[in-house]
Design a protein around this ligand. Structure first.
Ligand code: FUL
Length: 498
């Protein structure tokens, strides 16, 4: 900086300090930070990742050629005439069931590894519109329209691996087939929230009749930068899952994330991602994909939905552990979800409402050990924790990494769960916390010990430590949350008690 600039800068600085002194205000008046906002802890999520995370719980619908051939991975040589729905698949029924299950959206599979496409694509003849059905098949169109009508988020699964295409494994596949298909799909609806790019890449297949094994290097082959650009131009809020590298695979397909789960990561997309990495250099939040039924991803004769208790456990161990949950329910050969599935999904929605629908923290008085100094247009008070505004938050001053938050009720409440949400816009911070309950407001009992590490976007802690046994809850007058350690001053925007 030139000497004259330094002088001007210090004059400005002292000017502003003088102003605040003259006005007698106790609020720090930083030139560059009038609201006294905490500095971010990097990495932080993009706007797209933030909006995606709020989807929390959504459906997966595996439907396609496999539905009719009783398989999970078609080879790519299936006869087109095998695909035989009696009428256009009833996407609105799927989306309605997802809504009734308490989900906020869903992903429809429109091309699986067999390369069979469920829309009138220009890229291949291996598609549902060459099956002689007598009606047009356009699942992405019908699915996006149904979702928009019912106020649900939507997106599509398009398999990068294509066992039908003669081009697979060559450059022409990426340029002439895959990128074009993804771009075609990006035209459906105005606001897709996620595109699912599966990790299964290469192996044997029909490959236009040539057969054999084709291997690719997934980290370079799919030209992800170009793919991402093309999709984001049309769908700016669309997170590119998996191969697209904007959200990570939790890695077990069994409906659970670690009790410690960072949304930050330094490792690549593949493999176990249940915990993330505390020192990760990029924001790479976890999504858990799981089957809601007892057989495959696709529909099979004789399948049944998982028990309500199992599904609720999945929810607590994913959404309740800073991951999203994409739960699969396969439509059958009539292109509809079977009755038993629809019923179970509705039961799940009801159970979620019953157990996590009434937030008792709304009527609590909240006190905290420390409150960050107010800014001009922002305060960091405890009341922000139960004000239903996700953009207001409680914070401590910069140098405090520990704090306590106490909720008290005039009359005792019966509590099963405590839910905490960090203000992740400024990074994930909390490393360890404790929850205690008190029946009389004087003596305290620690709950769910050894589980309370990270928080992240959302953490739901069962007070009895169990994700399977609902129990009788605890009659309490007060609940105390102690943040024991944090990367920087902790920022929470919501506390809920159920
Ligand atoms: C896997 C695929 O190979 C399965 O068939 C299924 O689509 C699942 C969700 O992802 O990797």
């Amino acid at each position: 900086m030139k000497k004259s600039h330094v002088l001007l800068f210090s004059l400005l600085l002292s000017g502003s300090t003088l102003t605040s002194m003259a006005q007698g205000t106790v609020t720090p008046q930083h030139l560059d930070n009038p609201d006294n906002e905490p500095a971010p802890v990097f990495p932080v999520p993009s706007d797209r990742q933030l909006a995606w995370q709020e989807t929390e719980f959504y459906a997966f619908f595996h439907y396609g050629m496999n539905t009719y051939t009783n398989s999970e991975w078609g080879y790519g040589n299936e006869e087109l005439s095998q695909f035989a729905p009696p009428k256009h698949p009833d996407c609105e029924q799927w989306v309605q069931a997802a809504k009734d299950a308490g989900m906020k959206g869903g992903i429809a599979v429109v091309k699986h590894h067999d390369g069979f496409c469920l829309w009138p694509t220009k890229t291949t003849d291996h598609n549902a519109n060459n099956c002689g059905l007598g009606f047009e098949v356009n699942v992405p169109k019908a699915y996006a329209e149904a979702s928009e009508k019912l106020g649900m988020k939507y997106g599509f699964y398009i398999s990068p691996w294509d066992r039908n295409s003669a081009h697979y494994g060559k450059d022409t596949y990426v340029k002439e087939v895959f990128l074009k298909q993804a771009t075609e799909l990006a035209q459906y609806g105005d606001d897709q929230f996620e595109m699912w790019f599966d990790g299964a890449n290469g192996g044997d297949g029909y490959y236009g009749g040539e057969g054999g094994v084709r291997n690719i290097d997934a980290s370079t082959y799919y030209d992800v930068p170009n793919l991402a650009d093309s999709i984001h131009k049309l769908q700016p809020n669309c997170v590119m899952w998996g191969v697209g590298d904007e959200a990570r695979w939790i890695g077990n397909e069994a409906g659970w994330a670690g009790t410690t789960n960072w949304s930050t990561e330094y490792r690549p997309s593949r493999g176990a991602g249940e915990n993330g990495s505390e020192d990760g250099w990029r924001w790479f939040p976890g999504e858990s994909d799981a089957k809601g039924t007892n057989m495959g991803w696709f529909w099979h004769q004789g399948e049944s939905p998982r028990s309500l208790n199992e599904l609720f456990k999945f929810y607590l161990e994913t959404v309740g552990r800073n991951a999203t949950l994409i739960l699969n329910f396969p439509p059958n050969r009539d292109g509809v979800l079977p009755e038993a599935t629809v019923t179970r999904m509705r039961e799940l929605g009801n159970l979620l409402k019953e157990r996590l629908g009434t937030d008792l923290a709304k009527n609590a008085k909240i006190t905290v050990s420390e409150t960050r100094a107010n800014g001009q247009n922002r305060n960091y008070e405890a009341a922000n924790l139960n004000d239903e505004n996700k953009d207001s938050y409680w914070a401590t001053n910069d140098n405090s990494k520990q704090a306590t938050i106490t909720l008290t009720w005039d009359a005792p409440i019966n509590a099963h769960y405590v839910s905490l949400m960090e203000y992740i816009k400024l990074g994930q911070r909390v490393k360890s916390f404790t929850i205690e309950t008190s029946a009389d407001g004087a003596t305290w009992t620690p709950r769910a010990t050894n589980q309370c590490t990270t928080i992240g976007y959302k953490r739901i802690v069962p007070l009895n430590g169990s994700t399977t046994d609902y129990g009788n809850g605890y009659d309490v007058k007060a609940i105390r949350i102690t943040i024991n350690d944090s990367k920087a001053c902790p920022l929470l925007h919501t506390i809920s008690v159920y």
